[in-house]
Write a protein that binds this ligand. Structure first.
Ligand SMILES: Cc1cc2nc3c(=O)[nH]c(=O)nc-3n(C[C@H](O)[C@H](O)[C@H](O)COP(=O)(O)O)c2cc1C
Length: 173
């Protein structure tokens, strides 16, 4: 094993959690020890060599659990390699500023932490799970419904992470 990695994710409707599991599986398959944990359940970062933080975008911001996690673990996070992903429908939004706004929201949620790698993944939106008011907001924000998660892109990002986090590649059998 070359590293013990914590992947702490926030989720409201489960799609970010599923992305987190795929990233965790990819890293495990490449010989790394990974704990994939709901961000609200993380009590300590002790024993981890690197942290991956993931969270979904809602109403222009990353889920607040991410910012709270960063605030609560600021000192340790500043000493460790951190990678971050956010999940949203911004990549499917025809507004040319949507992706940059999503990346800005990610930077804001990470505060003083500069990730070694950060990415925006297209997520999943089931309109039957949102109320009438939210549906109107989504229409106005031109956020489409559907499952847009690109599992190949997610796996490819996970494969690049260990080297970006400063770990030597795991030996091949
Ligand atoms: C009410 C609502 C607001 C949303 N706002 C945004 C947004 O501002 N930007 C964005 O890119 N995606 C937005 N989305 C899309 C979610 O980020 C997407 O559905 C994501 O996959 C949800 O992750 P989760 O299933 O882990 O909660 C919104 C979705 C809903 C239901």
């Amino acid at each position: 094993m070359s590293a013990r990695i914590l992947l702490a994710y926030a989720t409201r409707n489960g799609s970010t959690a599923e992305i987190a599991q795929v990233i965790g599986r990819e890293l495990t398959n490449n010989g790394h020890a990974v704990d994939v944990t709901d961000i609200k359940m993380v009590s300590t970062l002790a024993g981890y060599s690197a942290i991956i933080i993931g969270g979904p975008l809602y109403m222009g911001s990353v889920d607040g659990a991410v910012e709270r996690f960063v605030g609560n673990n600021r000192e340790q996070l500043l000493k460790l390699p951190v990678a971050a992903f956010v999940v949203g429908l911004a990549p499917k939004n025809p507004d040319p500023g949507a992706v940059e706004a999503a990346m800005a929201a990610m930077r804001k949620s990470l505060g003083p932490v500069t990730p070694v790698s950060s990415v925006l993944f297209a997520g999943k939106l089931d309109p039957s799970k949102v109320n009438f008011v939210m549906r109107k907001f989504l229409e106005m924000a031109k956020i489409p419904a559907g499952d847009f998660r690109d599992w190949d892109a997610i796996a490819a990002w996970a494969q690049e992470l260990p080297v970006k986090m400063g770990f030597t590649p795991a030996p091949k059998d």
